[in-house]
Design a protein. Structure first.
Length: 453
């Protein structure tokens, strides 16, 4: 699915992309390493600066920002952008989007606009506030699970005890992809609600919770780029959220992904576009929200049709890794067009080769990851044809060695002529990497359709 467009306005010539573009990349995870690697292939890249040089993968591709990077000192980052002549800011993670970094960095000192890839704080509410997102979906008649918002545990408990059907418990705020509990009984749901509302399991993110009907079906991810006027639907991906094989264990930020995912038929994709993406894009415009970035719809393909589980406002991690690896077009041009409102003026091409990403995680992830252990074998893994290894939770120790520094450590990503070959390469590469307590799923893309190029 190459994409669709719902408006073609005229554009100011000042929005045209310069011959060379200086870029500031905000964020330091595997998603941002993948974005940095993709942008570095562009002949139009001037200098790439990054806020998180502690990521060894990003550090090889970018120059450091020479001011403090903090939400409380965004004026200093704005001054840096002026000094370094930054024309495009790419914001990767959800937290700075929700905190309004896009709004703070949009204006240059001369009053002109700087291109920002990522929505402002109002648009970021689609992810940062699940109650707000649910309200917008209902107002736009977007199919979604029925749900109720609670701030008091006693009220949530009373609601769940009077129900026979199962409900999912969600923190309404940002919880790093871990604030969703899918209980097997409503008693487990009550315990999860208590953990969030009373024990503050996710801090401010669980000051209120969404108690939502459990949907049955196949879970899929559909990512689209919105530029304020146009929608470009990206190749469908499938994430693997559960920690263990066969979708067992707790929810995580994602243990692997593959692209393209043939789980979604073309008629269903058209239905998702017309019933989900376009209505939400229209609703954003009605609310005078200039949304320029990624709209990520997590959906369940139910017997009654696709229903939205949640929205994100940035590239998924690990979906971003196979998407950027498969991208044959100029990534910098794509990010610029999204920020400038000119998506309908470019052609976007992806490699016909499928791609598989396998996450290598620390022992104890997602609850209490153990870190600080040396990592070996990354170079050996990348020597395999079609393999890229993206750094996520890593850093350099005092001796310059790469060590673990987070829950999800590396994203081993491989292209292949078939999905099976991509999968084999990814696991062959993963076998060459070692660190204490390393855990991974062994069934990423195992049941994906095998299609030859």
């Amino acid at each position: 699915m190459s994409g669709s467009f719902f408006m073609r306005p005229s554009y100011d010539l000042s929005m045209q992309m310069p011959d060379k573009v200086n870029v500031l990349l905000i964020g330091g995870g595997g998603r941002e390493h993948a974005l940095a690697a993709a942008m570095n292939k562009s002949p139009k890249l001037g200098t790439l600066y990054a806020t998180h040089m502690g990521n060894p993968g990003i550090a090889k591709l970018a120059k450091p920002v020479d001011v403090p990077v903090s939400k409380n000192e965004l004026y200093r980052l704005a001054q840096f952008c002026d000094k370094a002549r930054i024309e495009l800011v790419v914001i990767g993670p959800e937290d700075p989007l929700a905190e309004g970094w896009a709004d703070a960095l949009r204006k240059k000192s001369d009053g002109s606009d700087r291109m920002i890839f990522g929505p402002g704080a109002k648009g970021a509410q689609l992810e940062a506030d699940k109650a707000y997102a649910k309200q917008m979906m209902k107002a736009a008649s977007v199919p979604t699970a029925e749900g109720k918002v609670f701030q008091k545990f006693e009220q949530a408990q009373e609601f769940l005890r009077t129900r026979d059907e199962l409900y999912v418990i969600k923190a309404t705020g940002l919880a790093k992809g871990k604030g969703v509990i899918v209980p097997k009984t409503n008693e487990e749901g009550i315990a999860a609600a208590k953990d969030m509302l009373v024990n503050k399991a996710f801090g401010d993110a669980s000051k209120s919770i969404l108690v939502e009907e459990a949907l049955n079906g196949t879970e899929v991810s559909v990512l689209a780029l919105l530029d304020g006027h146009n929608i470009l639907v990206l190749p469908p991906c499938q994430d693997h959220k559960r920690l263990g094989d066969n979708d067992e264990g707790p929810n995580t930020g994602g243990m692997g992904a593959f692209c393209p995912a043939d789980t979604i038929s073309e008629p269903v994709m058209h239905q998702i576009e017309s019933e989900v993406l376009v209505p939400i894009a229209d609703a954003l415009r009605r609310d005078e929200i200039e949304f320029r970035g990624v709209l990520y719809a997590g959906l369940m393909l139910t017997p009654a049709g696709p229903k939205v589980l949640e929205f994100n406002v940035r590239f998924g991690d690990p979906e971003c890794q196979p998407l950027m690896t498969r991208l044959d077009s100029d990534a910098l041009e794509l990010l610029w067009a999204t920020s400038a409102g000119t998506l309908d003026q470019i052609e976007v091409q992806y490699s016909p080769q499928p791609c598989v990403t396998v996450i290598l995680a620390s022992k104890g992830y997602p609850e209490s990851p153990e870190t600080g252990f040396p990592i070996t074998g990354i170079d050996d893994a990348e020597s395999i044809d079609g393999v890229s290894v993206y750094h996520a939770g890593t850093k350099l120790d005092e001796d310059g060695n790469v060590v673990t520094n987070g829950g999800r450590v590396l994203a081993v990503t491989a292209l292949g002529d078939t999905m099976d070959q991509a999968r084999q390469r990814a696991y062959e590469a993963a076998d060459k990497i070692h660190f204490h307590g390393m855990q991974l799923r062994t069934d990423i893309a195992k049941n994906a359709p095998v299609a030859s190029v």
